[in-house]
Write a new protein. Structure first.
Length: 279
């Protein structure tokens, strides 16, 4: 599997918990493992506007839109377009986008489903990629936080199924129940591998009758033990998650969301890909 990466995504936010450090360390691990890397180009504004409202895009461009979690970094709209372009390239190549900023908390017009912040997210990368490829899709969100932005964008769609496994109670306070095509599986903090894998198996089984041609994975790793949304998972857990995703037997791509422990993030990504690529 090819990794989508540009060093430009390391140019901002060194003081923030969603920092260049986490992606830089992950990149170093994956480079040592011998992965091939592809460089993305920014998503076009047309790509962005398939998902986000023009008014919201204008505010991002202005540099005046900020909240407690999501600063108005200089040039952030361009960095966000590059991350969205990474997701599109991952979709085109069945690859893994190792880009920041993440995206799944960004709704059509900003903060989503009543949340007060955008949770480090500016543009919804995976939503932009799914809209770009324009094929029936299963979006599987394995980040430890509910992807409230992704749910808001796709809720009610007949050709997109959204599944989220996430820690609850936790930010953003959404995803306690399922709504139509959006299937939510809240889990208690530090529930552990056995409970997590059982829930994931059930979730994938429940959607097998749905019509989808592509699997898009919001690949968050803050479920790792001790991370920001810990479910007490280990590197080997992600290998098992990869195998379960592979069992769907569909073209699949991955887009980085959370995961803040640097080297552990890189090893967890490697394990996820290894499990997915096992025959």
């Amino acid at each position: 599997m090819k990794i989508i990466f540009s060093e430009r995504c390391l140019e901002y936010g060194s003081w923030h918990i969603e920092s260049p450090h986490r992606v830089r360390k992950a990149y170093e691990v994956l480079r040592q493992e011998g992965y091939e890397f592809l460089t993305p180009t920014p998503a076009s504004e047309e790509d962005v506007l398939r998902v986000h409202a023009q008014e919201y895009v204008n505010k991002l461009k202005s540099g005046l839109l900020a909240d407690a979690d999501t600063p108005a970094y200089e040039g952030i709209y361009e960095y966000a377009r590059l991350a969205a372009g990474g997701a599109i390239l991952a979709a085109q190549t069945n690859g893994f986008s190792l880009m920041r900023p993440p995206g799944h908390h960004a709704g059509r017009g900003g903060a989503a489903l009543g949340a007060h912040t955008r949770g480090f997210c500016y543009l919804n990368n995976i939503a932009i990629a799914v809209k770009y490829i324009n094929r029936p899709a299963l979006i599987l969100d394995i980040d430890g936080h509910h992807g409230n932005g992704t749910q808001e964008i796709f809720q009610g769609y007949t050709d997109v199924t959204y599944i989220s496994l996430h820690r609850y109670p936790n930010y953003p306070g959404t995803g306690l129940t399922s709504v139509g095509n959006c299937l939510n599986y809240p889990l208690w903090a530090d529930c552990g591998e056995e409970e997590y894998l059982k829930t994931l198996k059930d979730a994938l089984q429940n959607c097998k009758s749905n019509r989808f041609e592509v699997v898009a994975v919001s690949a968050g790793f803050d479920t790792y033990r001790g991370d920001l949304a810990s479910l007490n998972l280990t590197e080997s857990t992600y290998r098992k998650i990869g195998r379960l995703i592979k069992s769907l037997n569909k073209p699949t791509f991955f887009v980085l969301e959370g995961g803040y422990l640097g080297e552990e993030l890189g090893r967890s990504i490697h394990n996820l890909i290894t499990g997915f690529e096992e025959t």
